[in-house]
Design a protein around this ligand. Structure first.
Ligand code: APR
Length: 241
């Protein structure tokens, strides 16, 4: 039987997406590559310590990811999420762990990029992020204003999420209460605080759904409904009006 979400005129929908949503676009998932890049653990590259140890290597990693992400396109999963938002307006919020920009390209607007944005850069000193599609393979870029080191606008391992983002998500959950429908899609639920959103949703009495091709058992048992399948195939039917 095809799973289908039943929403009322007062339902509020919070969606958390992870790397699985972009898998059908051709973006490799984190754990699908065993968390390795060129034999190195990604944590060694995607961390403040990694940047201090070898900033040029870190920029090569993110330059390759920029190249990769600019060559792929949103898939029907991203599109179904954007279509649902268009129907629900302010009763909808998307929190994505993905940095690839594919949700934006599919038309999502009420969206929080909790782990940062691949196509943004910021100065370590000025801290103001700006849109940047360039790649840096030869040298570490410097800030035009203060000559500080430029870094990718990514929340690295060991770094805090933007507290404003968490307040917005908490506020959405609290204001929805039992009218909340929470969906986690294509995420293994191993990285906090995102992995804890389901617990917050349960506390307010929300209905919780997990959509994943191969759900992580410890994560899946915290949901009311688990739909096993590829997001690009499942979501258009799940969100059908
Ligand atoms: N449709 C649905 N789910 C899928 C698909 C698909 N087509 N392909 C893979 N998946 C699922 C996998 O089964 C897995 O549960 O997507 C999940 C991807 O898990 P991870 O690779 O761990 O990615 P994610 O949960 O987003 O990682 C969280 O960790 O790497 C850090 O900061 C990074 O944001 C990332 C965070």
């Amino acid at each position: 039987m095809t799973a289908r979400l039943t929403l009322t005129p007062t339902s509020k929908v919070l969606i958390l997406t992870g790397a699985g949503v972009s898998a059908e676009s051709g973006v490799p998932t984190f754990r699908g590559t065993n968390g390795l890049w060129e034999e190195r653990r990604v944590e060694e590259v995607a961390s403040p310590q990694g940047f201090d140890a070898d900033a040029k290597l870190v920029w090569r990693f993110y330059s390759l990811r920029r190249d990769g992400a600019s060559k792929v396109n949103p898939n029907p999963g991203h599109e179904a999420i954007a279509t649902l938002e268009a129907r629900l307006g302010d009763r909808f919020l998307l929190a994505t762990q993905n940095v690839d920009g594919l949700h934006t390209r599919a038309g999502s607007k009420r969206m929080i990029c909790i782990h940062g944005e691949l196509f943004k850069t910021r100065c370590e000193r000025c801290n103001e992020p700006f849109v940047d599609t360039k790649t840096y393979f030869d040298a570490v870029p410097r800030c035009e204003t203060c000559d500080g080191r430029l870094r990718p606008h990514i929340v690295w391992f060991g770094e805090m999420l933007n507290p404003t983002h968490l307040t917005q998500i908490d506020g959405f959950i609290e204001s929805a209460g039992p009218e909340l429908v929470f969906l986690a899609i294509g995420t293994s639920g191993q990285v906090y605080p995102a992995a804890g959103f389901v617990d917050a949703a349960r506390r307010v009495g929300g209905q919780c759904w997990l959509v994943d091709v191969d759900p992580t058992p410890e994560y899946a048992r915290r949901f009311d409904h688990v739909v096993r399948g590829k997001s690009g195939e499942v979501l258009p039917a799940l969100f059908a009006p």
